[in-house]
Design a protein around this ligand. Structure first.
Ligand code: ZN
Ligand code: ZN
Length: 120
């Protein structure tokens, strides 16, 4: 059940990553080919494609998670999510805490967040 939810959420985010990876791989292999490094061209293309795909997909997943949380929706199952803020303890040096918990699928996330109310 969990894997299914994750897969559905990750697929649209992965598509632009694959396109970006392929485009960069093509550019890298052409550069290497022009430099006379035919054997290295394929290896370079693969390495570049992998690096770009991983970076882009991580960024895309991160962005979609941010957008969902900002809209008050669960990044995993898209149901309404109730954000909860815990103010930093009075006089404490630590930051406040922002919590998100989805009662439908069990998604949990916490982030250090200091709001205006934390310091008053
Ligand atoms: Zn606060
Ligand atoms: Zn959920």
């Amino acid at each position: 059940m969990t894997a299914l939810h994750l897969g559905r959420a990750a697929l649209p985010a992965l598509l632009p990553a694959l396109f970006a990876g392929a485009a960069w791989a093509l550019a890298a292999s052409r550069l290497m080919h022009r430099a006379g490094q035919d054997e290295a061209a394929l290896a370079a293309a693969l390495v570049v494609a992998l690096a770009v795909a991983v970076t882009t997909s991580r960024w895309a997943v991160h962005e979609s998670t941010r957008e969902a949380l900002a809209a008050g929706a669960c990044p995993r199952c898209r149901r309404a999510l109730l954000p909860e803020h815990v103010h930093a303890a009075e006089g404490a040096l630590g930051a406040g805490l922002q919590l998100w918990e989805c009662t439908a699928c069990g998604y949990r996330r916490s982030e250090a967040l200091t709001c205006r109310g934390c310091r008053s």
